[in-house]
Write a protein that binds this ligand. Structure first.
Ligand SMILES: *Cc1c(COP(=O)(O)O)cnc(C)c1O
Length: 384
């Protein structure tokens, strides 16, 4: 067993060796610009990008041509929200989201406020779930967009109202677009944009054993044809929706990563759930004051989030240096932890939000590593 043990798979994942092998020739040998139409270098790159587009589309049950490459979910979320707000400004100015969204949703909406965009930030219940009925009640005749994530990056809660299609149905009924941040969900749980009534879906490669710096926004082109303004202007790539020379090796990697995730999802989901339960049971049995954050069952297989009452996560983390975990999202990380806004949104005492640890298990996590992590965390917490 190699130390430290990586249990921070919500922040990022290692590139799967099969993904890396698929990418390799596209750096040196097949280095063409996918937009070069006049020679074999360009054709080769374009062919590979076409395959990747099919691989990504397949995982979410979508049409390949509606997948637009971006630099990751941060860009996809910015593109979806700003793009729809700008294209729909004559129709309305109201957006609905929820309190536990990633900051790349919440901050965009804040930045749009001076332009007259009004946002309703819905609360979540104690498990981190948003109530579809509350979404329905928040809709006004000025509402243009609902943005609710599929699964949360800190507490792992899966929004059942997103994946069972309830929110999508409400959006359709009211003629409002429905955007979903699926950075944590893609490749971990089944996503079907049609069955779920989704209009725009944000994805990243690096949360699913692909490379960093590439992602996609899926934009529905039929029933309805989503009207959206681009974020960037330039050379016309991606049918003018996202210009700029395509990051061909990264895109190949994302395609292969999504393909593997689809093939392994069922088995991997069971394996990770078992490991996660082993970690949970081990910690809960041996540590007296600990609370589970997030939904007890509707959660990502590889996610466990616990609050160790009476401890501060920023004091606890340095005592378990052999285990790479975090107290919340990597984006906000600084050594002195601020209380997690996601856990604050669950209600309850502030103490819970400053004492949380997020364990993110992944494809290469072993039982031996989990047993070691249990031992170390128990030791550190109980020595306090
Ligand atoms: C990681 C993450 C993002 C940001 O993705 P990047 O690829 O790092 O830009 C957005 N939303 C969620 C839920 C995430 O987990």
């Amino acid at each position: 067993m190699k130390l430290p043990i990586y249990l921070d798979h919500h922040a990022t994942t290692p590139v799967d060796p099969h993904v890396f092998e698929a990418m390799r020739p596209y750096f040196t040998e097949h280095f063409g610009n996918a937009s070069s139409k006049t020679h074999a270098f360009g054709w080769r790159a374009e062919e590979a990008v076409t395959l990747a587009r099919e691989q990504v589309a397949k995982l979410i049950h979508a049409e390949p041509k509606d997948v637009v490459w971006t630099s990751g979910t941060t860009e996809s979320n910015n593109f979806a929200l700003m793009g729809v707000v700008r294209a729909q400004s004559k129709r309305g100015d109201h957006v609905i989201t929820c309190a536990t969204e990633h900051r790349s949703v919440l901050e965009v909406l804040r930045a749009l406020e001076p332009l007259g965009v009004k946002t309703t930030v819905l609360p979540v219940d104690g498990n981190g779930t948003v109530d579809p009925q509350a979404v329905r009640e928040a809709i006004t005749d000025r509402t243009i967009l609902i943005s609710i994530m599929a699964a949360n990056h800190e507490i792992g809660t899966i929004h059942t109202g997103v994946v069972n299609g309830d929110i999508g149905k409400i959006a359709k009924e009211k003629g409002v677009y429905f955007h979903v941040d699926a950075a944590q969900a893609c490749g971990k749980i089944p996503i079907d944009v049609k069955a779920m009534g989704i209009d725009l879906l944000s994805m990243s490669a690096h949360k699913v054993y692909g490379p960093k710096g590439v992602g996609a926004l899926w934009i529905r082109s039929r029933e309805p044809h989503v009207r959206i303004e681009p974020l960037l202007y330039g050379g016309g790539q991606e049918s003018d929706r996202r210009p700029g020379t395509l990051a061909v090796p990264n895109i190949i990697g994302m395609g292969r990563a999504f393909e593997i995730a689809g093939l392994e999802m069922d088995a991997e989901s069971k394996r990770l759930t078992n490991l996660r339960e082993r970690l949970k049971t081990g910690l809960l049995e041996q540590i007296p004051k600990v609370l589970l954050n997030g939904h007890p069952t509707d959660r990502l297989p590889g996610n466990l989030n616990l609050s160790f009452l009476g401890q501060r996560s920023d004091a606890l983390i340095p005592k378990i240096r052999d285990i790479a975990v975090s107290s919340g999202s990597a984006c906000a990380s600084s050594e002195t932890a601020k209380p997690s806004y996601v856990i604050l949104a669950l209600g309850g005492a502030k103490e819970r939000a400053v004492s949380s640890l997020r364990f993110g298990l992944g494809r290469f996590t072993t039982e031996e590593e989990i047993d070691f992590a249990v031992e170390r965390v128990v030791e550190a917490v109980n020595a306090h």
